[in-house]
Design a protein around this ligand. Structure first.
Ligand code: HEC
Ligand code: HEC
Ligand code: HEC
Ligand code: HEC
Ligand code: HEC
Ligand code: HEC
Ligand code: HEC
Ligand code: HEC
Ligand code: HEC
Ligand code: HEC
Ligand code: HEC
Length: 490
């Protein structure tokens, strides 16, 4: 017992400055609190000899007050000498804050550890302590009389222990109910199912713990925009580790998630446009558990927000085919972190096309026909609209009133949007059906434009010239459509 004690004390003394070591040695003989409490067999004293404070020369009286130089119990533990007895819970942060607080009197060796107390008092825990005397205090996380360095693997706040320390309260429904009846109490349980939790439980201190995501002293409510887990801050919080090549070395996973995410439609929407409906890392990966509840795998999480696409995909030939090949659904065509704005060029066999990654433009590939037909439908719609616009503006320049037809073109967009969603059935029919109303509007608009132009020339030059010009325009339009169709085959 003695020997192991010495083993603990000696390295600490070597590590500490000579001045402090000398102080410790001089101090102990005159510390009557310590000696009398040793004599009465107080187990707190036995604990205290392994405490980081004992090693640093902090005495009983430094926390409890009183006069450590007198033998007599009453004189030593005299409130007039500053003795406070057992500090009330609400007073504990101040007791510790004498040394661990900003701008407070530094400890003897001019030691003080930043503004821990002040951070704690502004945290959600500090607030809870103000509300109720059984709220969290410093000792809920660090212990009493047996406090060790936070880097010591025996510390209750060491990464592999801290999750249990938080769970003492956060997995205790009866306790948490007193403060916040609606707050879930399943974080620890879920955490254990995540990769972070599994590795943490196996003794790896590097994966995220409660503290890596929520901070330690200045924990804020998760809905507070300053919280590290507020949606707009989450990507940075995860990136602390996941973009740190050195830290992640040895895990054999990429460290590009944040860099890619930042450039994605989702990252731009959330980080640049503060669109809170766009996913942050945790929307797809879950807060505590491996994946959010109700989602069987990360790959199918997209459907929680893009339900229409997911429903169609689930009915498509790819659903089964991808599952067989263990391909992750949406992510195959859209990527997971670098989701770009989609466009029609993704359909077909060109360089930007995703279909061409697996299908070939050969008759033997039974998908080729559908792929070309889908693309052709979308092209007819977008190009048809463009041509109609050109014709209409020509008519307008000639002074003809075509405002009704121009106005009707607005509705083409709706068809286009629906057709692009229908792409996810990966057959030509539904895309065509969705495009049909738009194609009709386009055809009508083109007809109106031609009629207007016709009327203009008829009024000015008579029937012959008008017919000639209209025929010319119609032929040009026909050639253009042929050309587009040929292009989409490429
Ligand atoms: C001569 C012996 C003696 C000395 C000196 C002494 N104590 Fe105590 N202390 C006791 C005994 C005995 C008890 C438990 C009985 C009691 O509460 O009166 C006690 C109880 C305590 C308690 C618990 C109080 C409570 O309300 O339960 C604290 C805290 C404490 N002492 C701190 C100190 C500090 C700090 C010093 C030095 C400034 C000190 N003691 C000096 C004998 C002593
Ligand atoms: C770093 C500050 C600190 C130091 C140093 C310290 N204590 Fe304490 N002690 C506390 C706090 C805080 C509590 C209140 C714990 C609680 O609320 O349960 C406490 C509680 C106690 C109690 C009552 C415990 C109980 O369970 O009834 C005794 C007795 C006590 N301390 C004695 C001592 C003695 C003797 C020493 C020196 C050997 C000492 N303490 C050193 C902070 C300290
Ligand atoms: C909710 C739990 C919790 C509470 C409450 C808490 N701490 Fe900590 N504390 C931690 C954790 C976790 C660490 C280790 C941080 C790390 O690993 O980076 C830590 C670290 C420390 C350190 C080492 C220096 C540092 O800043 O990292 C000191 C000193 C400290 N705490 C003092 C206090 C004091 C004083 C209080 C009360 C005012 C307090 N703590 C309240 C969890 C807590
Ligand atoms: C009288 C000054 C003083 C008081 C009061 C005090 N501490 Fe400390 N604390 C120190 C000193 C000195 C160290 C040792 C720093 C070192 O070794 O680097 C220390 C170290 C710590 C550490 C380990 C820090 C690390 O870097 O690993 C924790 C945790 C801690 N204290 C928590 C507390 C808590 C909790 C309380 C209140 C119950 C408290 N302290 C009260 C002076 C104090
Ligand atoms: C990988 C990061 C991460 C880890 C690890 C983590 N959390 Fe969370 N935590 C979050 C996110 C993100 C939220 C939700 C924020 C939101 O709802 O907007 C959250 C929410 C919470 C909440 C609010 C209630 C709730 O469940 O929504 C509590 C309490 C909480 N976490 C405690 C813990 C505890 C205790 C641990 C450790 C067992 C832990 N967290 C581990 C990221 C994390
Ligand atoms: C002594 C009990 C206790 C311990 C230990 C504890 N907490 Fe808490 N925690 C609470 C209480 C009480 C609240 C306040 C609930 C409220 O009033 O909303 C709270 C609130 C929180 C919240 C804010 C939830 C919200 O409202 O959005 C987070 C996050 C949190 N704690 C994380 C942690 C982490 C991380 C740890 C471990 C380092 C930890 N807690 C340790 C009791 C505790
Ligand atoms: C404290 C550092 C740290 C933080 C913060 C952190 N992680 Fe991790 N994460 C790790 C480590 C280490 C692993 C283990 C890697 C492994 O085993 O493959 C890991 C594993 C993962 C995995 C599993 C990777 C795999 O193996 O397939 C995912 C997903 C993940 N983290 C997502 C997140 C998200 C999302 C956040 C933010 C909400 C986050 N992490 C925050 C360190 C961290
Ligand atoms: C839109 C959903 C989504 C978002 C947002 C997202 N991820 Fe992912 N993430 C995925 C999917 C899907 C996978 C692949 C999972 C699989 O293959 O099982 C993945 C894989 C990972 C992996 C495993 C290693 C790898 O790269 O394959 C890590 C680590 C990871 N993500 C971290 C993050 C971090 C950090 C963020 C935020 C910066 C983030 N993710 C944002 C969906 C997302
Ligand atoms: C939390 C909800 C959410 C999740 C989960 C989600 N998204 Fe999104 N997604 C959005 C929002 C919101 C936008 C619109 C962003 C913007 O303003 O452009 C968007 C945009 C997109 C776009 C661009 C749409 C367009 O018309 O430009 C694609 C493609 C996309 N997401 C694919 C995915 C994929 C693939 C996944 C899964 C890996 C996924 N999303 C997961 C919410 C989500
Ligand atoms: C086989 C490839 C492929 C798969 C798998 C796929 N998509 Fe798409 N997705 C596309 C193509 C191609 C477009 C572009 C349509 C266009 O703009 O012409 C697109 C467009 C989108 C858009 C923007 C258009 C819109 O609907 O608003 C979203 C959002 C989207 N996909 C989400 C998803 C989701 C969610 C999944 C999984 C359920 C998924 N996609 C699976 C190929 C795919
Ligand atoms: C990751 C590979 C992959 C990508 C990318 C891909 N497909 Fe497929 N596709 C398949 C597989 C595998 C099958 C099933 C073939 C089978 O069962 O014979 C299939 C089947 C089809 C079929 C049904 C063919 C039949 O026999 O009736 C169509 C149509 C189709 N895909 C269209 C598309 C379109 C459109 C795209 C681009 C938007 C696309 N595919 C992208 C792998 C892919």
């Amino acid at each position: 017992m003695k020997k192991s004690l010495l083993l603990l004390v000696i390295p600490a003394l070597i590590g500490f400055s000579n001045a402090a070591a000398a102080q410790t040695q001089q101090k102990k003989p005159v510390d009557k609190c310590f000696s009398c409490h040793t004599d009465i067999g107080d187990d707190k004293v036995a604990d205290y000899t392994s405490d980081v404070h004992y090693k640093a020369g902090v005495t009983c009286a430094d926390c409890h007050g009183g006069d450590p130089t007198v033998e007599d119990q009453d004189a030593a533990m005299d409130p007039k000498k500053g003795y406070i007895g057992i500090p009330k819970p609400s007073a504990i942060p101040q007791v510790c804050g004498k040394c661990h607080g900003a701008g407070k009197t530094a400890f003897k060796t001019n030691f003080h550890l930043n503004d821990v107390m002040d951070q704690f008092m502004s945290s959600v825990h500090g607030r809870a302590l103000n509300e109720r005397s059984d709220g969290p205090t410093c000792i809920s996380c660090h212990g009493i009389h047996n406090i060790v360095e936070v880097q010591n693997s025996k510390s209750p706040v060491y990464p592999t222990n801290v999750t249990k320390t938080c769970a003492k309260c956060h997995s205790n429904p009866d306790y948490m109910k007193k403060f916040s009846p609606g707050l879930p109490v399943d974080q620890y349980e879920k955490y254990l199912t995540s990769v972070h939790g599994e590795r943490n439980k196996a003794g790896d201190p590097k994966p995220a713990t409660c503290v890596s995501c929520h901070s330690n002293h200045l924990i804020r409510p998760v809905k507070d925009p300053r919280s590290p887990v507020y949606p707009t801050n989450i990507p940075q919080t995860c990136a602390k580790c996941h973009s740190n090549k050195e830290y992640m070395a040895g895990y054999h996973i990429p460290t590009d998630q944040y860099a890619n995410y930042k450039e994605s439609v989702h990252g731009i929407a959330l980080l640049q446009n503060s669109d809170l409906s766009a996913p942050a890392c945790n929307s797809c990966h879950g807060n505590h558990g491996a994946v959010p509840p109700g989602v069987s795998s990360v790959a199918s999480v997209c459907g929680t927000c893009h339900q229409a696409n997911a429903d169609l995909f689930d009915k498509s030939v790819h659903k089964e085919a991808f599952a067989r090949a263990k391909l992750p659904g949406c992510v195959v065509c859209h990527s997971n972190h670098l989701v770009r704005p989609p466009n029609d060029a993704m359909i077909g066999f060109g360089t930007d096309a995703v279909c061409g990654k697996c299908h070939k433009d050969v008759p033997a590939d039974s998908a080729a026909g559908a792929i070309l037909a889908i693309r052709s439908t979308l092209d007819s719609l977008t190009n048809g609209r463009k041509d109609a616009e050109t014709l209409l503006s020509h008519a307008e320049q000639l002074g003809m009133d075509v405002s009704d037809a121009s106005y009707s073109l607005r509705d083409v967009n709706q068809s286009l949007v629906e057709a692009r969603v229908q792409v996810h059935l990966f057959t030509a029919g539904p895309v065509k059906s969705a495009a049909e109303p738009g194609l009709k509007i386009v055809a009508e608009a083109q007809k109106s434009a031609l009629a207007a132009v016709n009327e203009y020339y008829f009024r000015r030059h008579g029937l012959g010239v008008a017919t000639l010009i209209i025929t010319l325009l119609a032929v040009l339009l026909f050639l253009k459509i042929r050309q587009i169709e040929r292009k989409s085959r490429q």
